[in-house]
Design a protein around this ligand. Structure first.
Ligand code: CTP
Length: 132
């Protein structure tokens, strides 16, 4: 049986930290499925509209070599349904969420990967807007 890995994120203003987490998640199994946050979810979670729309963000993530399938994550409350629907064996999250998804250990393995240091979408937006 192929081992399916699932991960979630906004992946706005795509940067190398996003690429690294996707590469490391893919290396944990045979098939990688990525849930990309809906625009509305991003607004409620981060308090701002993403720079790139969900259609643009999902197109970028879907085009990456390690990614086998993508879907829009409409709600944070639906993680368990998404894991089951995509028959994921492993849930990967950044370690900024360490411990927060342990409730899913009854249906899959839960792995928290260290974030790539010194880069984030928020920092990039601040840097670009500060020098524009
Ligand atoms: N990520 C990472 N290393 C970074 C930034 C993000 O490994 N330097 C990972 C996150 O842990 C998550 C995925 O990339 O698993 C998507 O993160 P996302 O929240 O979309 O990106 P951020 O750059 O963290 O965005 P923001 O600054 O808006 O929080």
């Amino acid at each position: 049986m192929p081992r399916t890995v699932i991960t979630f994120g906004t992946f706005d203003v795509f940067h190398v930290g996003h690429l690294r987490v996707i590469e490391r998640a893919a290396a944990l199994g045979d098939r990688l499925v990525v849930g990309v946050s809906a625009d509305a979810l991003n607004l409620s979670k981060k308090g701002r509209e993403p720079v790139f729309s969900q259609a643009e963000r999902i197109a970028i993530v879907a085009a990456l070599k390690p990614v086998d399938a993508v879907f829009i994550e409409e709600s944070l409350e639906l993680k368990r349904d998404y894991i089951l629907e995509h028959q994921a064996d492993v849930l990967v999250m950044g370690d900024d969420w360490a411990g927060r998804f342990d409730e899913f250990k009854d249906i899959c393995e839960v792995v928290y990967l260290p974030r790539t240091p010194a880069i984030s979408t928020t920092a990039l937006i601040e840097k670009i807007s500060g020098t524009a």
